[in-house]
Design a protein around this ligand. Sequence first.
Ligand code: SAH
Length: 237
Amino acid sequence: MSFKASIITLFPDMFPGSLGSSLAGNALEAGIWTLETADLRAFGKGKHRQVDDTPAGGGAGMILKPDVLADAIDSVSTGSDVRPRLLMSPRGRVLDQAYARELADGPGAVIVCGRFEGVDDRVIEARNLHEVSIGDYILSGGEPAAIVLLDAVIRLLPGVMGNEDSGLNESFEKGLLEHPHYTRPQSFEGREIPEELTSGNHGKVDQWRLEQAEKLTREKRPDILERHTTKNGKKES
Ligand code: SAH
């Protein structure tokens, strides 16, 4: 069974976008995942297919209408659909590698992309939407966020990455940033590849990589190291 993504958007042209190239694009062609878009405009009300309206209580901007969103969601997801329904939203759970894995282990996702000032809050509860953020900044719409989320998820689907192993060593997977990388030439503008990596001693290579990963994480993301050491029982027991 392939992973099925259904996107609800005012801008279906934005898909597959970058997901049509490289790893994700090949996987799409191979049927490892499938993509469907529902054009919000098609569910708009009246002659002008209105999808948004002014905010109750006044203020700037427009709000996506709950009835229009609900109809669009219902068109791609019926009662028997077990896929999680996500709303891209700056106030949601922040996407991380663990959440990407959780989604990749599931059957797919229905993803609602907000626009303008956002969506009428009532549709979130009415359609059981889980809010997901890609970070603490404001985008002009949920589409780029949906693409980021799907990119992180798709590369984890079985058969997408050539070397199944390569995902497991990556930054965040073990609670550490990944060690630094080098490739030929041996000498680049007077800078050499660290000798530990060219020693041919695998034990030495592994030890160096772990030390470097810990050092990098300590320097650049001490917040991650905190979680790593806590998880491994070195801090709390
Ligand atoms: N008025 C809202 C921002 C609306 S931005 C606020 O102040 O919180 C318009 C849409 O872009 C949102 O509905 C959401 O779908 C999307 N969006 C913006 N920033 C995002 C983020 N960091 N993560 C996920 N989606 C985001």
